[in-house]
Design a protein. Structure first.
Length: 287
């Protein structure tokens, strides 16, 4: 049996670790509250923006607006993977990377080449370590993303799509459903999906200014907002995953401390019993 002194030292080490994990859990909980509010504000805007665009698009506008082009064959796609800058959030980043690799493999199976754009230190480090070539990397976006972050991320991709350098743009990010559910998702941003029935029928109302002028303002917003929503969803999901991971680590530390305390009590009792036996043996020897 281990000595009581060694077990006590082990308990102290676990208690120190528990303080760290508990503190990180509390910090993640605080950040999660603010991140959740950003997600709640972003979703309705994105939904209405998509709905308006779907109602405005007509066959003529599809021909006039390069950003609305619908390629017959997708030959090259841009895949944007959004990960976190920090770890200690369980399998959060691993699941995102797995989703991105799966998407790239599916595109390759269909004969589509992929340009990989990675956001976040964890994703950048993963692909750099494995020698995978990336089209661009970003590590400057914090866990409080802004519209400017989304604009700088999405506008170059939209310009590539307009110039026909890529035929599709995909976003891989974490969807925040709840603290316990943050699954990775892959969504296509470009080309803009417009229901076929809406393209055939067009809008059912008279517009002033024209649909073309409205779309010229809304389409760039749509692309930028898609990136912004992906960033805020991933930021909230990251905090949720970190809170869950740190709570599990804290609970495991509590269990370890309880187990080690029982071992310490047993070892201490054995030492006391041995000391008493030695005293009694020494006294009998002197008698």
């Amino acid at each position: 049996m281990a000595k009581a002194r060694d077990i006590k030292r082990r308990i102290g080490s676990i208690q120190s670790t528990r303080k760290i994990t508990r503190t990180m859990e509390m910090v993640a909980t605080s950040k999660l509250r603010r991140a959740t509010e950003r997600v709640k504000k972003a979703r309705p805007y994105a939904s209405k923006l998509t709905e308006v665009i779907e109602r405005l698009v007509t066959p003529d506008l599809v021909e006039l607006r390069p950003i609305l082009r619908q390629p017959e064959h997708i030959e090259r796609a841009a895949v944007v993977l959004i990960t976190s800058n920090r770890g200690l959030c369980g399998g959060f980043n691993a699941s995102l990377i797995r989703m991105a690799r799966g998407l790239i493999d599916r595109l390759a199976a269909d004969g589509v080449a992929s340009d990989l754009h990675v956001v976040g230190r964890k994703g950048v480090g993963y692909f750099r370590f494995r020698g995978v070539e990336t089209a661009s990397t970003r590590t400057d976006i914090s866990d409080r993303p802004t519209i400017d972050d989304a604009r700088s991320l999405m506008e170059p991709l939209a310009e590539q799509f307009v110039r026909a350098e890529v035929d599709a743009v995909y976003l891989v990010f974490a969807e925040f459903r709840s603290v316990m559910s943050t699954p990775p998702v892959a969504t296509q941003v470009l080309p803009v999906y417009v229901p076929e029935e809406r393209v055939r029928s067009g809008p059912w109302f008279i517009l002033d200014p024209s649909a073309d002028e409205i779309l010229s303002r809304l389409l760039p917003l749509y692309v930028i907002n898609s990136g912004y929503r992906a960033l805020v969803e991933t930021a909230a999901a990251e905090q949720g995953a970190r809170r869950t991971a740190m709570k599990n680590a804290t609970d495991n530390a509590d269990d370890l401390i309880a187990t080690q305390t029982r071992l310490y009590n047993g070892a201490r009792q054995a030492e006391i019993t041995q000391q008493i036996a030695e005293i009694i043996g020494g006294a009998e020897a002197l008698a």
